[in-house]
Write a protein that binds this ligand. Structure first.
Ligand SMILES: NC(=O)c1ccc[n+]([C@@H]2O[C@H](COP(=O)([O-])OP(=O)(O)OC[C@H]3O[C@@H](n4cnc5c(N)ncnc54)[C@H](O)[C@@H]3O)[C@@H](O)[C@H]2O)c1
Length: 264
């Protein structure tokens, strides 16, 4: 059990789903974001911080023995915005972690770091990044920051290339990429409790029948996702509502339509 877990990006969609479950991994939870949270539970506190401001990031990291780094731009956006939140923000976080005892970090990377691979490609952690936009490039950069801090300083990180973390899949592609909140919590639990985490990469997807990712290189982590999106497959048996998206490559590239979309 962690004493105090820092969650960045705590006002966002993923953190909002995970918050009620985080009591399983930490006694106290420090929530941080640029958007304020007011509905705090007893074990939670909120400290606002801009991820690209080193002093503000120092203030949130100090006193935490684990970090769940969800903060940043979470969709394709302008390079300028991605640079500030995802590139400079990543540098600030790892700089702070060195100052304050190297808490283990779970870095929310993305399937979009690998989005240009096809559905027919079965990837493991040794696959080279193939981003499908600047957002994916920033996640690939973040993974390399974590790798360098591990090799140079021994900072331990779990990189989780999240597929689609939602209560349930919203389109046919998500039958492959869905990550249930329950499986994400068990992954977080393993990451903070496994004896040696080192620098580990996993694909953040549940035990979906249609998964196109293989976590065999992360077997030491001992993570066993339980949920399978197949329980929702009947909802997408009729593909008529998705025909446009399918024409645009929704069922071709692992990152969906992003590869063929223009840069912003
Ligand atoms: N939702 C998914 O299925 C999914 C899939 C792949 C990767 N991810 C990654 O997981 C993380 C969480 O995703 P989400 O869906 O909750 O995203 P979200 O956009 O809902 O939340 C991200 C939060 O980060 C905050 N933020 C952005 N820039 C900031 C900055 N400069 N300083 C401080 N806070 C800042 C935002 O205010 C926001 O509340 C993101 O890093 C995202 O890239 C999510």
């Amino acid at each position: 059990m962690l004493s105090r877990l820092l969650v960045t990006g705590a006002s966002g969609g993923v953190a909002t789903q995970l918050r009620p479950l985080l009591t399983q991994v930490a006694e106290q939870v420090r929530l941080s974001d640029i958007r304020e949270i007011t509905d705090l539970a007893e074990h939670e506190e909120f400290i606002a911080a801009e991820l690209s401001d080193q002093a503000q990031v120092d203030a949130i990291v100090e006193g935490c023995d684990g970090v769940l780094h969800l903060g940043g731009i979470s969709l394709e956006d302008t390079w300028e915005k991605i640079l500030v939140s995802n590139v400079i923000g990543m540098h600030c976080l790892y700089t702070s972690a060195q100052k304050f005892g190297q808490p283990r970090i779970i870095f929310a990377s993305s399937n979009h770091a690998m989005g240009a691979y096809k559905f027919t490609d079965m990837l493991d952690a040794s696959a080279l990044p193939r981003p499908d936009g600047y957002y994916g490039v920033s996640k690939a950069f973040g993974e390399q920051v974590a790798s360098m801090y591990h090799d140079k300083f021994g900072q331990q990180t779990l990189v989780v290339r999240i597929g689609s973390c939602l209560p349930k899949p919203k389109d046919p592609r998500m039958l492959s990429t869905w990550l249930s909140p329950r499986d994400f919590i068990s992954l977080i639990d393993r990451s903070f409790n496994v004896e040696h985490l080192g620098y580990t990469i996993v694909y953040g997807a549940s035990a979906n029948t249609r998964r196109f990712w293989d976590d065999k290189l992360a077997v030491d982590l001992g993570w066993e996702p339980k949920d399978d999106s197949e329980q929702f497959a009947a909802e997408f048996a009729d593909l008529t509502p998705y025909e446009d998206a399918i024409d645009q490559g929704l069922l071709t590239y692992q990152g969906g339509v992003w590869l063929k979309a223009p840069l912003i």
